[in-house]
Structure formats: structure tokens, C-alpha cells
Ligand binder design. Structure first.
Ligand code: PMP
Ligand code: GLU
Length: 389
């Protein structure tokens, strides 16, 4: 008898953000000079005081399992951070879980919430992993398309038309990957009213909260009246502290839901790596000017690259409000986003992610990250100009 595997996994496509970067790395290893603007991974080194905290923890023997929900020092640091920056009160013992990445924080939360056939709302364009995660857990992805002409604004009537008796949860992401949109208080109020009226969970992915421009303000959904008990606040160290390889994330949620998520964590990974958690304490409690310095540099790159792209024929690139991605619409020789990405890596040697990976709204877009050096961005802009000009 033939050995089989799960159809639902077989039918998933690979993560395009991860696959594009893997492909670019492979080409670079073979000596092809590719500028990688695929996956969003800060080019900065993790700040030294954070690295030193992990080294010191290793030297002190923090190399065993620790409490499944996370070491108490980190849970306290997370709680203080939620209070200070997000104006949300979480109890460090019952309402916070340290996870081995932001991805796992999201996946385990969904695992604790979704039953087969439950619908999970998210706004299209959306980060590539939301839909597959919902599918892996037998939920029904319910993408709500937003309009680029309207700057991807959330409207109450559009949201209302997508609610059904099976709506169990929504995934919200601000600042947004890939569009860079930062949700306003009015838009968050639309979500809060709907979640309270219809009774569903909102998983608020705030991993880009610090990467925000032009004095915009990040508002946490859980800080809105009535939302603490309906929200899972998801975050992680990857983006703000340039710690993608450390795989450290965390979440805040009401105690009753945390109890469920913790069971998933206990069975799936036991705990996040112990010495990495010591680095997390240093990240949250140490000096924060490293974050501001990185954001100031992203801002410079954002302006440079937006201007460079808008100077290309057929390209329309809005200036992103947050995160470190550009999501331009590109009209070039009738190509769709997949053909464009292929053309760009093959002809311009610039790796980008096709917009279609982010949903139906993005089929004429490509996504480029500017979490790379100015020199790389200049080179990419020059090569794109030569290929498309
Ligand atoms: N959410 C969004 C929107 C992301 O872009 C990413 C990408 N890394 C994550 C969550 C997960 O990040 P990590 O697993 O590195 O914490
Ligand atoms: N989140 C980043 C991105 O969207 C990194 C790759 C991934 O984890 O998807 O590019």
C-alpha cells in the first residue's frame, strides 16, 4: 500500500517569504550576485547587551527546561512592557506566555481557539502565514479584501457583511505586513464594536509596533474598552531588536485562554529556549535607544527606496506608514506578480516576493523589504532601472 501524507498539508503552498530568501541565499552561495529584498530580516546585528545576557546565561548554566510559560523575570518584564507601552494590564503569572517565536505564539493561540469549520477573518493583503495556519487547524480562512485606492482602510459595513454564525476569530495586523498600514483608533473601534457585538476573539499581531514613521502612534487593541477579555496580543523580539534567529515571541491573553494555550505549548515545545529568554529580559529592560536608532535608519531607507521605485516606469509605490516593506503596484509588459518576481530575480538579480502570496488584492504588486543596507538598496534600484527602463 502506498504511504500517504496529509492532504491538507499537501495542498498548502510553501511560505513565499521564506522560500524567496532561501532561493536568494542559494544563488548567493553559488556566486550569483543577487540583492535579497525578499524576507523581512533586519540586517542589523542584535544589540551587544542582549547578546551578552544570553552568553552570561549560558555560562551560568541556564541550559535546561524552564517553566513552560516562561521564566518569571521575562514574564514580569513583558507585563511591565505591556503596561508601559501598550496600556494593557496583564497578570505575569496567568496572562502571559513566552513562546519560541511570534509564529508559534499565533499558531498555538489559533490551535486553542479554532474548531473544525470555524471561520477566521483576516484582512487581505495579509502576511503569508495566516491563511495556511488557519487551514492546518481545520478552520476556514475568511479573507476580507481591502482596497488599495482607499489606502486599505477598514470599514464597518464591509466587515459586517463577512460575519457569519461560524465566525470564531479575527487576525489583525498593525503595522501591517505587507502594506505598512497603521490602523487608526477609528478603525480599531470598528473591530472592537464588531468583536463585542458578535462575540469573537481577535488575535492582534503587533510584531512591528516599534517600526513606525512620521510620529504615528501604535494603539493596542486590548487597550480599548471591553477588549482585554477578547484579545490575544501577539508580539516577539524578531523585528524590534533584530533577533529573528533567536526565535523568541510572547503573548498576552485572558487567564482562561492562556490556560488552554499553555497546554498546547507543554505538548508541543515544553518551553521557549531558556538562555534566549535571558536575552529577552535584557531586550525589554535594557536601553531602548537601539530600537530608535534602527527605526531612524529604516526611515531613511524607506524614503530613498520609495522615491527610487516611483521613478521607474509603470510603478506606483505608496510611502509605508510602518513596518519595513514596500508594496508597489507594478505594470510591466503585462506581467502578473509571479511573473514580475521571476523577471526581477532573473533579469535584475533582485529577489522580491510576489504580491499574490499576500492574497487576491496583491496580484499586481510585489513586496520588497528595506531591512537591508543602503548600499544594497542603491544597487537594487540601479539594477531594476537597468532591467525595466
Ligand atoms: N507576524 C508578522 C506579520 C510577520 O511578518 C512575522 C514575520 N517574521 C511574524 C509574525 C513572525 O515573526 P517571528 O516568528 O520571527 O517572531
Ligand atoms: N515575516 C518575514 C516576512 O514576511 C520573514 C519571513 C517569514 O517569517 O514569513 O518576510
Amino acid at each position: 500500500m502506498a504511504i500517504r501524507w496529509a492532504k491538507k498539508i499537501d495542498s498548502l503552498s510553501e511560505s513565499m517569504t521564506v522560500a524567496v530568501s532561501d532561493r536568494a541565499r542559494e544563488l548567493q552561495q553559488r556566486g550569483v550576485k543577487v540583492v535579497n529584498l525578499g524576507g523581512g530580516d533586519p540586517d542589523f546585528d542584535t544589540p551587544p547587551h542582549i547578546v551578552e545576557a544570553a552568553v552570561s546565561a549560558l555560562n551560568q548554566g541556564l541550559t535546561h527546561y524552564v517553566a513552560s510559560k516562561g521564566i518569571p523575570e521575562l514574564r514580569k518584564a513583558i507585563t511591565a512592557k505591556f503596561q508601559r507601552e501598550n496600556h494593557v494590564a496583564y497578570d505575569p503569572d496567568t496572562e502571559v506566555i513566552v513562546t519560541a517565536s511570534g509564529k508559534l505564539a499565533l499558531y498555538m493561540s489559533l490551535a486553542a481557539i479554532i474548531e473544525p469549520g470555524d471561520e477566521v477573518l483576516y484582512f487581505d493583503p495579509a502576511w503569508v502565514s495566516y491563511e495556511p495556519m488557519i487551514r492546518m487547524l481545520d478552520g476556514i480562512p475568511a479573507g476580507v479584501p481591502l482596497r488599495p485606492e482607499d489606502n486599505f482602510t477598514l470599514h464597518g459595513d464591509v466587515l459586517k457583511s463577512r460575519i457569519t454564525p461560524r465566525t470564531k476569530a479575527m487576525i489583525l495586523n498593525s503595522p501591517n505586513n505587507p502594506t505598512g498600514r497603521v490602523l487608526t483608533r477609528d478603525e480599531l473601534n470598528v473591530v472592537a464594536r464588531s468583536a463585542q457585538e458578535h462575540g469573537y476573539w481577535v488575535l492582534s499581531d503587533e510584531i512591528y509596533e516599534h517600526i513606525i514613521y512620521d510620529n504615528r502612534q501604535h494603539i493596542s487593541l486590548a487597550s480599548l474598552p471591553g477588549m482585554h477579555d477578547l484579545t490575544v496580543t501577539l508580539n516577539g523580539m524578531s523585528k524590534a531588536y533584530a533577533m529573528t534567529g533567536w526565535r523568541l515571541g510572547y503573548l498576552g491573553a485572558p487567564a482562561s485562554l492562556c490556560e488552554q494555550i499553555l497546554k498546547v505549548q507543554q505538548h508541543v515545545v515544553t518551553c521557549a529556549p531558556s538562555f534566549v529568554q535571558a536575552a529577552g529580559v535584557a531586550a525589554l529592560q535594557g536601553p531602548q535607544n537601539c530600537v530608535a536608532e534602527m527605526v531612524a535608519e529604516y526611515d531613511r531607507r524607506r524614503r530613498f527606496m520609495t522615491e527610487a521605485l516611483n521613478a521607474l516606469p509603470g510603478v506606483h509605490c505608496p510611502l509605508p506608514e510602518g513596518a519595513f516593506y514596500l508594496f508597489p503596484q507594478v505594470r510591466h509588459r503585462g506581467m502578473d506578480s509571479n511573473a514580475l518576481a521571476k523577471f526581477m530575480i532573473e533579469e535584475a538579480h533582485v529577489a522580491v516576493t510576489p504580491g499574490a502570496a499576500f492574497g487576491k488584492t496583491g496580484t499586481q504588486n510585489i513586496r520588497l523589504t528595506f531591512a537591508t543596507s543602503m548600499a544594497n538598496l542603491r544597487q537594487a534600484a540601479g539594477q531594476l532601472k537597468a532591467a525595466m527602463g
